[in-house]
Ligand binder design. Sequence first.
Ligand code: COS
Length: 384
Amino acid sequence: MIRDQETFNILLDTIARFVRERLVPIENEVAETDRIPDDIVAEMKALGLFGLCIPEEYGGMGLTMEEEVFATFEIGRTSPAFRSVYATNNGIGGQGIVIDGTAAQKAHYLPRLASGEIIGSFALTEPDAGSDAGSLRARAVRDGDHYVLNGTKRYITNAPEASIYTVMARTDPTQRGAGGISAFVVERGAPGLSLGHIDKKMGQKGAHTCDVIFENCRIPASALIGGREGVGFKTAMKVLDKGRINIAATCVGVSQRMLDDALRYALERQQFGKPIAEFQLVQAMLADSKTEIYAARSMVIDAARRRDEGYDVSTEAACAKLFASEACGRIADRAVQIFGGAGYLAEYGIERFYRDVRLFRIFEGTSQIQQLVIARNMIREFAG
Ligand code: COS
């Protein structure tokens, strides 16, 4: 749902200009320094990017899912590390509170997430619980007015910068699966919380991950999201349904950028006396990429509209993420191929995208997990 097309177009134009004029020119710098400059973060705050999807009553823009994906198509046209700075506040780091938080939790955290004053982070994955998130072992034991947390969370995006962590931990050890899991908002300064070293990654330089370690970490009982034990896994899954649509939209944006770069190069680069874009084998790569972007974009918009209409979009979110991220990988590969030798060199930037986009097929649920979710839902619906 687009609430007011004219106003929304102004936002899209503003984001597109910010990406073009401020972010694209410093992509190499960010990759080399592994750091997003402070003035860029300040501009993101001023543009309201940290609060894009946080409800207006808490100081955000309250974008609908459809509006969000159109904004993400634009933001996606540059290095994914830029979106990572603010995206967790709107996505997995903030949505647990938006979707299932108590009124007090929303009032306390959402305005500061929306302004960018604090960064949110999502701590589900553990050393031995990745795709099988329901098997997580972090424990939260009630102790009077507190819970005591123990466990380690792994590959946690924005953890080094975060002020709050949405942490899934087991409150009922008698339940081995999802039913015994609860979600908490844990503040950075909590006694017993420490961070591991920043991980060295294949790509997405400028976006950071690390372990989050809880050793007898005491947090107030009021940190329990929604004030209810045993529903934390469902909170995580609802957050991921939304997150997966957003990742799919990001894939569409980055794919479009890579295709634009490949097309421009194919028109400039001369071989056998003419631009390589005139050769049909190159045209096939361009055409297949265009077709896949069109398909992915259509899926993302449809999934977003369905979510706005209040439907359960677990299947559609998984389909969109599966298709868009896999297509993005193929498009990155073709773009490198079209660039030829230049595609392998850092200075042309396309090899950086090739490495950056590899993550999309892994995080917020691997392609195999998306397949599993889609098939399971089909079987469940068939059984009635
Ligand atoms: N929305 C709301 N509730 C959901 C849900 C969703 N999208 N998906 C599952 N649930 C509920 C189920 O209905 C079930 O509730 P009941 O016990 O009341 O029936 C409960 O959650 C457990 O679901 P399920 O039995 O399907 O859980 P599994 O342990 O079998 O795991 C998968 C399901 C594999 C799909 C889940 O673990 C998963 O998504 N793994 C990937 C995790 C991931 O994306 N990690 C990335 C980390 S963030 S970068």
